[in-house]
Design a protein around this ligand. Sequence first.
Ligand code: PRT
Ligand code: ZN
Length: 342
Amino acid sequence: MTKTKTMTKNMTKTMAKTMAKNMARTGATNPLATNPLSTNPLSTNPMSGDGRLKIALQKSGRLSEMSVGLLEKAGISLTKSRDQLLCRAHNFPLDVFLVRDDDIPAFLATNVCQVGILGQNALLEKQALFAEKYAALEEVMALGFGRCRLSIATPTSFEYRSVDSLNGKTIATSYRGLLEAYLRDKGVEADIVTMEGAVEVAPRTHLADAICDLVSTGNTLISNGLQEQDVILQSQAVLIKNNNMDSELQEIYEKILSRIRAVLRADNSRYIMLNSPIDSLDAIKAVLPGSASPTVMPLQGREDMVAVHAVCEEEVFWTTMEELHRNGANSILVVPIEKMLD
Ligand code: PRT
Ligand code: ZN
């Protein structure tokens, strides 16, 4: 069994304090005051029943700008409240709660919000720590931003052969739940020191032999003399929902989901236009990335050429354009797509 020491203040207490502060400022009810497991949250939450879907987003941090941007791209126009904690959409039945990412699962579990955007790592960590409390939360869709990985790293001087090298060692992390599960699975016994930040300094200050933390570029590890060893989880921002949504809100949710899906498809797609010799049409179609059925149109005054238009559901690289060109295509245009709905 993995032993656990909690170094800093109790995380749940911190979360409750932050939420109470946030709720007081937004005028909402503290969702932790009601136990979502003991009663039906739909009947205990006074903010439910106003016919508006509530979404929780990170207030400030790595995911906030992209999360708000995604809603805006989905045609939802937001007005911030004076304290900037609650935004109201004036062209869609949606309210946005801007909170700390760690608090988002609790906002959903208590049905103060029905949907949220946060790192997959943050959701899975809460579910690893409090499985029953967060059982009703479901990941709906990966959003393609906030990509990172949760990794174990050791000082470069540490002789690391495999995860077994961590037996009997101390590992500092903010992801106790996920790390414990990983070590259990690998049959490794180690002490875990829970830290809320600056995990990367733990080996230097002799608090721990190794760390388990989020990594994106890897620069933080390098500048702290650490080497990435095992990746526990690949993560990115995800849309999550509470499965106990009432039917009225479910309809709004379906609508917003379809818009977000359309935005993501459009973001990842390009519209490509080119002129192709009729003889090389098959070769050119084969090169077009992620496009099932391009539109082929005659070109006025040219018997030997046609115009080809296609939606390519993946990036169009320079190398692809060069290959199209080699196959006889000319006047190749690649343009972004703003909106797309099937
Ligand atoms: O205030 P609040 O609690 O809301 O924010 P926070 O400080 O807890 O979270 P924030 O904004 O740092 O991260 C939010 C989410 O972004 C995380 O839960 C991840 O899903 C995602 N994300 C993506 C990252 C990173 N990349 C990342 N690099 N979260 C943190 N980091 C940190 C990491 O902890 C380490 O300190 O960045 C450092 C490493 O970065 P590199 O680029 O040097 O490898
Ligand atoms: Zn956080």
